[in-house]
Ligand binder design. Structure first.
Ligand code: NAP
Ligand code: ZN
Length: 350
């Protein structure tokens, strides 16, 4: 065991503050990582504030981790001391159910172990990347092939990148398709970049008219202000696929009406209360679908990292010190982030 300095919420109301946690000793299959950077996902905020009603305290969020390997167990062959490595949203799964057998650990039928707040159904709590150091089974550690100067901006790929890449791949997004991304936040801006790199015609839906220029720069071909009914109507029945990343409950029907026959609206945003009822007739008259998608498996996360390295895709980030996290959460709630906060973990030593 080793003591590690972290930032934790002690309950749903408390701001995050310094807190010492214990990391396990490095076992034969483990990789120990000194954390360099950790992205700030909206799920961190949902969890720290118990918005999903399943938080174990103390809660140390953070599942967009990039760091340097400081030790490896005797069975570890893929990593050596000094390597740069990544850790995303999961640190373990049962490894014997059908989903794990298909490299879909995120759908582990026995419940994967989250990088933080897992396992939620009894057992020990896990502590995430808002910390100096982490020890992870080698099967859940990712290779980073981006250049050394990109590492901070790579961190958000470990959640925001894979959560958008996986459904875009699942629904076979590519050239000749019109694809919508709803919400230009951490996930949304990665969705725009990745869908554009896959060759789709990307339309970004935003509630923030001032993000129009940025969306075009990031790779969108068109931008629609979703509160403007006329702008929305101009795209009726024209989309092959829409990916919704919004973190708050909102009316899905205006987006469903933009889908072609047989097309899918996929939800990845995870608000703390349900969206208003969907229009059943809008679904049945065009055989439209509403789906959901959860992060991505480890093999697919590596595929996404390699795809992004090949296409020179990283996140657009604002670097913060660990001490700024509570202020960053408030700004995230106001959609005031371009487009992902990343914590420089060197600040935690201060
Ligand atoms: P974020 O950076 O806060 O972005 C969310 C975006 O949603 C905002 O930038 C804003 O975009 C839009 N938005 C916010 N409030 C809205 C409202 N009331 N009505 C309409 N649009 C609104 O959050 P994130 O880190 O990308 O995460 C987004 C959601 O995905 C969170 O709920 C998170 O927990 C969830 N998530 C799910 C998975 C998964 O596996 N499914 C993985 C990671 C995160 P505009 O200003 O452009 O409108
Ligand atoms: Zn996340």
């Amino acid at each position: 065991m080793s003591s590690t300095l972290a930032y934790a919420a002690q309950n749903a109301q408390s701001p995050l503050a310094p807190h010492v946690i214990e990391r396990r000793a490095v076992g034969p299959n483990d990789v120990a990582i000194d954390i360099l950077y950790c992205g700030v996902c909206h799920s961190d905020l949902h969890t720290a504030r118990n918005e999903w009603k399943n938080t174990l305290y103390p809660s140390v969020p953070g599942h967009e981790i990039v760091g340097r390997v400081s030790a490896v167990g005797s069975n570890v062959k893929q990593f050596k001391v000094g390597d740069i490595a990544g850790v995303g949203c999961m640190v373990d799964s049962c490894q014997h159910c059908a989903s794990c057998g298909e490299s879909l650990e995120q759908y582990c039928e026995n419940g994967f172990t989250g990088t933080y707040n897992g396992p939620v159904f009894g057992g020990e709590n896990t502590f995430g990347g808002y910390s100096q150091h982490i020890v992870v089974d080698q099967r859940f550690v990712l290779q980073i092939r981006h250049s050394a100067d990109q590492l901070a901006a790579v961190a958000p790929l470990l959640c925001a990148g894979i959560t958008t890449y996986s459904p875009l791949r699942q629904w076979k997004v590519g050239p000749g398709q019109k694809v919508g991304i709803v919400g230009l936040g951490g996930l949304g801006h990665m969705g725009v970049k990745i869908a554009a790199a896959m060759g789709a015609h990307v339309v970004l839906f935003t509630t923030s008219p001032n993000k129009r220029e940025d969306a075009l720069r990031l790779g969108a071909s068109e931008v629609v202000v979703s509160k403007n009914a006329e702008e929305m109507a101009a795209h009726a029945i024209s989309f092959d696929f829409i990916l919704n990343t919004v973190a708050a409950p909102h009316d899905l029907n205006p987006f469903l009406n933009l889908l072609k026959r047989d097309a899918t609206l996929c939800l990845v945003g995870a608000p703390d209360s349900p969206h208003p009822a969907t229009d059943v007739f809008g679904l049945i008259f065009k055989r439209r679908r509403i789906a959901g998608s959860l992060i991505g498996g480890i093999a697919e996360t590596q595929e996404m990292l390699d795809f992004c390295a090949q296409h020179n895709i990283v996140s657009d980030i604002e670097m913060i010190a660990m001490q700024d996290i509570n202020q960053a959460y408030e700004r995230m709630l106001k959609s005031d982030v371009k487009y992902r906060f990343v914590i420089d973990m060197a600040s935690l030593q201060a």
